[in-house]
Design a protein around this ligand. Sequence first.
Ligand code: UD1
Ligand code: MG
Length: 434
Amino acid sequence: LINAWSSDGEPLFASIAISGIAFAFTYGLIRWTGDVFIKRGYKGRDMSKKNAVVIPEAMGLVCALVYLLAIVNFLPFAFKRDIVEVTTGGGNKDAVLEAQDIEMGRFLHRFPLEKLASYGFAYGTLASVTILGILDDSFDMRWRHKFFIPAFAALPMLALYFVDFGVTHVVVPLPLRKYMGELIDLGGLYYLYMAAVAIFCPNCINILAGINGIEVGQSLVIALLIALNDMLYLLPSVHQPHPAADSHLFSIYLLLPFIGVSLALLKHNWYPAKVFVGDTYCYFAGMVFAVVGILGHFSKTLLLLFIPQIFNFVYSVPQLIGIVPCPRHRLPHFNARTGLLEPSVATFSNEKPLRPIVGAVLKLLGKAKLLRVQTDKDGRVIETTNLTILNLWLVWRGPLREDRLAAEILVMQSLCGLLGLWVRHSLASLLFTA
Ligand code: UD1
Ligand code: MG
């Protein structure tokens, strides 16, 4: 680590070391501060246990704070040389050092000072989303009120994009080029798209939730998949710099400490959970992904790694917009007799019956095994399983123990993500390069 402080060190090693320290810090802090959180009222009841235990909530706050500290401490490692150069005013020093780097085969080493802006705004965005997450955990906001929270936090990042890159055109796939040309400028729509990504990533993690370990687990899987994608660009860069290497280096530097703090949280949050992560963690994690995807210019690849979350979101829409009634909690139902989780249900009272067309669609989905419905003797739908991927998985697989369900979902998610990356790297070249 000390060697890394000098300008000959490789920042990647410093990042790995800092991430390890961040892991240890987070692990200890969560353990030591749990009681304080409970005393302050940040606590929740684990609904899927026999003796409904009360454990600390909003522990993602510890993760987010340690993470922000880690990012700041990493700055000197990534930028020190350029800062020295600027303050001493030496014009050639950079060129000499670059030649030295090339001679010693350190292509990943250099990081231009302009990137500092990306870092600063990434930091600002993540700090704002943490503040907003604390608000949510403190006041337990309604879903429809908190949905747009991440958009406010994303403003610094969108502003930087406007000032720094301003690139709002996208490459048109080969088959459509005859009609639309090679590039198409989306203008303001592109900003809407980025805001949508920033709103979507945090929220979709927050609604794929409710069993021990699933919020952190899915975030770790996504982080590791993005890191794998980054490595596909960085490893070849050791011999020959790839044009996108800088963006992926930026992404890796933001992800490694995230993986560190999240692993520490997972150790406490995995079944049987000692702490809950809170909405702070879900927003923070989702925003880390939005930031690296948008400022690293790979937001489309990012979405390929969110396939289960996108499915869960689309599947949830009828409940989110209120066509089908949505209870406060949609997490799977714990059967105290068997100790297993079963799909939870939404029931429709006689005063507020379902509209016939909605009932018909639900019955159709039930026939397609995409949910389970109960009908009364007149054939009217009186109950349906809640529209989440966790409940759907239980409809398909039958009752499961909580940790088993979490593990199966994470394996399914990893496979979807690897498939997404394969599509990205093999099929995309067919669509976009002549
Ligand atoms: C989201 C979901 C909600 C789900 C909840 C569970 C939507 C629109 N909202 O709401 O359906 O029930 O997450 O996190 O889909 N809890 C457990 N075991 C766990 C995790 C959480 O029992 O492993 C319970 C605890 O009582 C905890 C509470 O869920 O206190 C946290 O819920 P919160 O994160 O505030 O719910 P939302 O994010 O609003
Ligand atoms: Mg939540």
